[in-house]
Design a protein around this ligand. Structure first.
Ligand code: RAM
Length: 370
C-alpha cells in the first residue's frame, strides 16, 4: 500500500517528464516459477486451465510467456499482467521458460495450445524461430501478441513495445558519448545474440553513431553476449576488461547484464564506466557520479506497466475490440487509450512510453517502485 502511494505520488511529480505510466501499484508478490510452474490467478491451477471460459468481460484464460526464469524484469512484467487479468475476473497463466531460448518457448507454446488458452502474450527469444508454433496457436483461435521482444509480423497480431527503438538507441548512444567524454573505446554487453529487442536497440545505436560526426571519436570494440545469465554476464564483463585495457564505457541494454557488469566494475574499482537499461531496485547501489559508483546513469521503463498493457491488449484481442490492425484503438483500463500503429517491420505495434533516465538525483525514489 505504501508503495502504491509512493507510485502514485511519483507519477504525479514526474508527469511532465515521464511518458511511461507508473505501475499501478503492484508491489511485487512473487510468482516466478520456471517453465512448468505456472502461476495462475483465480482458482484454476493453470496447467490444466480450460480455454472456453469465454465470457467476454472477465473469464477466459490468458497466458504470458516471458524470456526466461530468474530475471526480475520478467517477473515484474508478469506481475503487472497477472494483476490486470485477475482484476478482470480472468485466469492468468505465467510461464517463465528455464532458459532464454526459442526451443524452451516452443515447448511452452505447445503446452498452452493443448490447454486451449484464449491468448498468449510472449517476449520472444527469437524473432523467427517461434513462427510455426505461434501460427499453430493462431490457427487454433488463440490470440497472440508480443511484449518486450517481438517476433516477426507473421507470428503475432500486435507488439506491445516498451518504447520507440530509435529513442532508446539515441538515449543510449548519447549516454556513451557523454560518459566517455566524447571519445574512446566502448563495448556492448547484451543479452542473447538472438534477442530481437536488444539487437534492434544495438542496431539503432550504431545508426545513431554513424549519423553525426560528434560520435566519430568513439570506437565500438565488441558486442558481447551474457545471455541474460548473471554468471555469464559477469564472465563476459571480466573478459572485456581483460581484452581492452583502454576501454572507457560498457553499455548493457539488459537489466541482467547491467547488474552483473556494475558489480564487477565496482568490486574491481575499475575506471570503466557503465550505462544501459537497468532496474532501479537492482542498480541503486551502483548509481552515482563519483569514483565509488560504476554507473553515472541509465534508462528503463516501467516493467509492471508493460505487463499490464500486455494484459489489456490480450483481453482486447480476445473480446474482439481490436484485431491488431493499424488504427485499432482501445482503452487499457486506467492506463488510458492506446492506438495500434504500423511497426517498421511491416507488422503493428503500440508504444508504452519513452525511456526514463535514472541518476543519482532520483534513484532513491525509484528503487522501491520497481
Ligand atoms: C532484460 C531482458 C528484457 C529487456 C530488459 C531491458 O531484463 O533482456 O528483455 O527488456 O533487460
Amino acid at each position: 500500500m505504501k508503495k502504491k502511494l509512493l507510485s502514485v505520488l511519483l507519477c504525479t511529480a514526474m508527469v511532465a517528464t515521464l511518458a511511461v505510466g507508473c505501475g499501478g501499484g503492484n508491489d511485487g508478490g512473487s510468482d516466478s516459477n520456471a517453465d512448468s510452474g505456472s502461476s495462475t490467478a483465480s482458482s484454476d491451477s493453470g496447467d490444466d486451465a480450460d480455454s472456453d471460459g469465454g465470457e467476454s468481460s472477465g473469464g477466459g484464460t490468458y497466458a504470458i510467456v516471458t524470456k526466461s526464469a530468474g530475471n526480475p524484469f520478467n517477473e515484474k512484467t508478469a506481475e503487472g499482467f497477472q494483476e490486470v487479468i485477475e482484476a478482470a475476473g480472468g485466469t492468468a497463466i505465467v510461464k517463465h521458460p528455464e532458459s532464454a531460448t526459442a526451443d524452451a518457448q516452443v515447448s511452452v507454446i505447445q503446452s498452452l495450445i493443448s490447454q486451449g488458452v484464449d491468448s498468449i502474450c510472449i517476449a520472444a527469444n527469437d524473432e523467427n524461430a517461434l513462427q510455426a508454433a505461434l501460427e499453430e496457436a493462431m490457427d487454433a483461435g488463440i490470440k497472440v501478441c508480443c511484449e518486450d521482444s517481438k517476433t516477426n509480423p507473421d507470428s503475432r497480431q500486435v507488439f506491445v513495445n516498451q518504447a520507440g527503438v530509435q529513442e532508446i538507441g539515441q538515449a543510449l548512444m548519447d549516454a556513451v558519448l557523454d560518459i566517455s567524454g566524447g571519445e574512446g573505446q566502448w563495448a556492448v554487453l547484451s543479452a542473447t545474440s538472438q534477442a530481437a529487442n536488444q539487437n534492434a536497440w544495438i542496431d539503432a545505436m550504431k545508426e545513431v553513431m554513424e549519423s553525426d560526426d560528434k560520435y566519430s571519436g568513439l570506437e565500438l570494440v565488441e558486442v558481447a553476449y551474457g545471455d541474460d545469465e548473471p554468471q555469464k554476464s559477469t564472465d563476459q564483463t571480466q573478459a572485456l576488461l581483460a581484452k581492452y585495457p583502454d576501454l572507457k564505457v560498457i553499455c548493457a541494454p539488459t537489466t541482467v547484464g547491467i547488474n552483473a557488469a556494475a558489480k564487477v566494475l565496482q568490486d574491481e574499482k575499475s575506471s570503466v564506466k557503465l550505462t544501459g537499461l537497468g532496474l532501479p531496485s537492482e542498480m541503486a547501489e551502483y548509481i552515482g557520479d563519483d569514483d565509488d559508483h560504476s554507473c553515472p546513469y541509465m534508462y528503463l521503463w516501467n516493467p509492471i506497466d508493460l505487463g499490464r498493457l500486455g494484459a489489456y491488449t490480450s483481453m482486447a484481442l480476445v473480446d474482439g475490440t481490436i484485431t491488431g490492425a493499424e488504427g485499432d484503438k482501445f482503452t487499457a483500463g486506467d492506463m488510458g487509450d492506446y492506438e495500434v500503429i504500423a511497426a517498421d517491420d511491416g507488422g503493428t505495434e503500440m508504444i508504452l512510453g519513452a525511456p526514463f533516465k535514472f541518476d543519482a538525483s532520483n534513484i532513491d525514489e525509484w528503487k522501491d517502485v520497481y
